[in-house]
Design a protein. Sequence first.
Length: 181
Amino acid sequence: MTERKTPLLDELEKGPWPSFVTQIKEAAEKNDSAKDLLLQLEQSFREKKGHWKHGGIVGVRGYGAGVIGRYSDKPEEYPNIAEFHTLRINQPSGWFYSTKALRTVCDLWEKHGSGLTNFHGSTGDVILLGTTTNELQPTFDDFIDAGFDLGGSGSALRTPSCCCGPARCEWACFDTLDLCN
């Protein structure tokens, strides 16, 4: 996985529950940004201090939301996460995904980013963790071409979301899935 040890993070892999550390270590086998992410997180645990700078204006053409700018405050030490922006992709109505859609999300994210995902964020979006500024527009373009849209919130944008409606609820008063689409 990495040349340097992560004893504090290794503690989070103990016990009966799944660990985000294990998942990042698996991603680190294929992606250098995941390696640096582990090492910076270990340093944060050791020092009891976060090493992320938030801010800066990053985004894609035509959108005021969907991208969260993140920068390491240790870019010389962890160059692969000097920029580690997060994208939010709008979830489908009722959160019904086909396996083809899930494969597409994962394939595009491995192409453009760290391969690390979070299903789902507080707004319901698919959270894609870790890409560079130069990859933002190409990533967005590929997701749009695949039928996805950016999610999240901004000054004039909120992620549309709905319950599963008539797909599972016998008391549904109207087709929430159709309304959201």
